[in-house]
Design a protein around this ligand. Structure first.
Ligand SMILES: Nc1ncnc2c1ncn2[C@@H]1O[C@H](COP(=O)(O)OP(=O)(O)OP(=O)(O)O)[C@@H](O)[C@H]1O
Ligand SMILES: [Zn+2]
Length: 495
């Protein structure tokens, strides 16, 4: 693809200025984004940075070429909350050691996360490191920090000595160490030399996950994970570091302190980008406040992922936003219009199918949309431009809409462009064929059960069909499966 030529400008939290983005190496533009702690389903707030940085990833790929961008987003799989879930399962009688249950919980949460984010049209990053796979690198970095006088061991812990880097600490978030100490109300652990010192390593109990280290069996602190993984995957310096603005202090401030002190210069990330929070009645949506709903909740209510993504894109990433039904409705209507432009069989839509030809053809996006994104990810402006394009009569406007929707992550080769305009539960010819297979299967199972008197397979199938939103009508002459409003054909897969 011929890369488009827009100059990218980004508002750098570090300098508080909108700056022209100049990559360290245009052949390999590198971005690191702090990923989730994998203890439970992602709530809608957690999805906001994922979508925001996916838009940036797509823009960078468009600008520098898809093979010239490296994006890493981690999974934090060392955490008390994961341990607590595993412990609860163990107490409820689940088989396996606590360590195995911890691993199982992380695996399960990661697969939910990737599925849910996939529904929002999010591309998978090039690297998705799990903290537990980089413990050796973390230990090495901690040893370097101790050797350089930036960290000290005490009572099985290792702490970063904030006093050793007063000149740099607090710059990102705009705080001075003295103010921070004055404002600190936390009870200070006796092994800390300074109340602001933070944990690099801490002891672990025998039944919980832990690793051998020069300071005894223990586990890493959260901040060192990102410093070690970004170093390993992207190098000492890289272009962009992102995350929600709730991470700016202390997490990102601490990452900077660790990395700059370990590397011995003040390089690390060139540009820091922070998204604002998704809110509920003026407060951050968060697990601890309990004011959350998950991405999966919305998908289960029949709100397509594209609609959720569209709602995110309608607000600039640096502004707080909330989720409302009105926004979802408007997003759905807008997408319906854009997709309807594409339903020209043989042109964009595959004949007799609901998806778009994207495998073989490349549609360049509209330049004004690229420009809007290049201007500190002005997604709202990009969407406004899409609306304008609907009114244009130019012969290539359809292909530009396709290209722009692809760039925005609102269209891919699997998108069912007809879905939004179909009434909920409406069944297409292709799906009917599937149902007749299932009807025959249930019928045969019942015939067999009459002989064997073992109805377990019949019960299993019936339960699965009900769960997929089908009404099961059984009579002597046959079986009929009737889709209800909540029918979800994907739930029949793998039966
Ligand atoms: N309400 C929100 N709006 C936008 N981003 C959020 C919100 N809540 C968390 N994030 C972001 O989600 C990502 C994952 O964060 P993390 O795993 O720490 O969240 P969590 O502990 O599950 O969430 P919570 O903040 O609800 O306790 C981070 O980049 C964080 O900034
Ligand atoms: Zn991080």
């Amino acid at each position: 693809m011929a890369p488009s030529t827009a100059t990218i400008k980004l508002l750098n939290t570090k300098t508080r200025k909108k700056e022209v983005f100049v990559p360290l190496d245009p052949q390999n533009v590198r971005m690191y984004v702090c990923g989730p702690t994998v203890y439970d389903r992602a709530h809608l707030g957690n999805a906001r940075p994922v979508v925001v940085f996916d838009v940036l990833y797509r823009l960078l790929r468009e600008t520098y070429g898809a093979d010239h961008v490296t994006y890493a987003r981690n999974f934090t799989d060392v955490d008390d909350k994961i341990n607590a879930t595993a412990l609860a399962r163990k107490e409820a009688g689940a088989p396996g050691t606590l360590e195995e249950l911890v691993h199982e919980r992380s695996d399960e949460t990661i697969s939910w996360y990737l599925n849910d984010m996939g529904e929002l049209g999010v591309l998978e990053p090039n690297h998705m490191p799990r903290a537990t796979e980089y413990i050796a690198q973390m230990i090495t970095m901690i040893q370097e920090l101790i050797a350089k006088g930036h960290a000290y061991a005490a009572e099985g812990h290792v702490l970063f000595a904030v006093d050793s880097w007063r000149e740099g600490y607090g710059k990102l978030s705009g705080r001075s160490v003295d103010d921070m100490i004055a404002g600190a109300r936390v009870e200070v652990a006796p092994y800390k030399k300074n109340p602001m010192d933070f944990v690099l390593w801490k002891p672990s109990t025998d039944d919980l996950p832990g690793w051998d280290s020069p300071w005894g069996r223990g586990r890493p602190g959260w901040h060192i994970e990102c410093s070690a993984m970004s170093l390993e995957l992207l190098g000492e310096t890289f272009d962009i570091h992102g995350g929600g603005n709730d991470l700016m202090f202390p997490h990102h401030e601490n990452e900077i302190a660790q990395s700059c002190c370990a590397h011995g210069d003040d390089s690390f990330a060139q540009v820091w980008l922070h998204n604002e929070m998704l809110q509920v009645e003026g407060k951050k949506m968060s697990k601890s406040l309990g004011n959350f709903f998950t991405v999966r909740d919305l998908l289960d209510q029949g709100i397509p992922g594209e609609v959720i993504r569209f709602v995110f894109l309608s607000t600039h990433y640096r502004k707080p936003m909330d989720w409302t039904e009105k926004k979802a409705k408007e997003a759905r209507q807008a997408l319906e219009k854009f997709y309807s432009v594409l339903m020209v069989p043989g042109m964009y839509a595959k004949p007799g199918s609901r998806s778009v030809y994207l495998d073989s053809k490349i549609y360049p996006p509209d330049q004004e949309i690229v420009n809007a994104l290049a201007d500190d990810l002005n997604t709202a402006k990009a969407l406004a431009r899409l609306h304008e394009m609907l009114k244009e009569n130019a012969p290539d406007v359809g292909s530009k809409i396709v290209g722009s929707l692809v760039l925005l992550g609102l269209l891919n080769k699997d998108t069912d462009i007809d879905r939004l305009s179909r009434p909920a539960g409406a069944i297409l010819e292709e799906d009917r064929v599937d149902l007749s297979i299932h009807e025959t299967r249930l019928f045969d199972a019942r015939q067999a059960a009459m002989q064997s008197k073992d109805f377990s397979e019949v019960d299993r199938l019936k339960a699965a069909y009900l769960a997929a939103g089908l009404e099961v009508r059984m009579s002597k002459s046959g079986v009929e499966l009737v889709p209800g409003a909540g029918f979800d054909v994907t739930k029949l897969e793998g039966l």
